[in-house]
Design a protein around this ligand. Sequence first.
Ligand code: IPE
Ligand code: IPE
Ligand code: MG
Length: 232
Amino acid sequence: MTEVSRIPQHVTIIMDGNGRWAKERGKERVYGHYEGVESVRACTEAAVEAGVKYLSLYAFSQENWNRPQQEVESLMKLFFKSILEERSGFMNNGIKFVVCGNLEPLSEGLREQILECMEATSGNSRLTLVLFINYSGKWDIVQAANRFIALNPGKEIDQAGLESCLATRGIPDPDLMIRTSGEQRISNYLLWQCAYTEFYFSPVYWPDFRREEFNKALEVYAGRDRRFGGVK
Ligand code: IPE
Ligand code: IPE
Ligand code: MG
């Protein structure tokens, strides 16, 4: 294997532990979410420097609607504010911004903000930053099946066909999935797309997961032996 292929093309992160991080400091959970934005910035910079081409982040699951209304509202406000504020940085750094998930239940303002930022950054190619908002893996598989049927009436679903209808179509499957905060589960994230993904679990809470921790994960990944069911 060459040096280059030891760098994952697509790193995905389940950003977890914001609430516990805040609680440890005697603060409201939302304080952890705000601090987590700094980690997004740090990991995005580290990904660009390392030559990672896709960085994707699980920001809000479909199940996260079950949280207290106040927390959900704070998160939606934070998405709006962050996307607005980061836009010029995306342009300056060649970052293409993409959102995956069911955007229908989001406010019109947030939806517009997302679409405008995606449109403005669509020509950038240094790094694609994907934010998963109101996403779940089971939702994606079902919507892909329905989409396939609608586009190909009477045709039997095959793997390539289903893949071409996933919310993540056009984005390569993750090579490395990081989950922070010590939890070791997938929480209805990229169920189809993680078929051969390498997993890395860190005990560090997301607001403390910065450049050094990200690079540590890349180092561990570089030592993994991926066999894809074959023999080496
Ligand atoms: C992750 O941190 C952020 C989101 C799920 C939006 P949490 O809010 O889940 O933090 P913990 O897991 O409760 O500490
Ligand atoms: C997963 O974290 C979802 C996101 C990071 C957006 P959760 O904190 O919601 O997951 P569980 O409930 O611990 O499995
Ligand atoms: Mg959590």
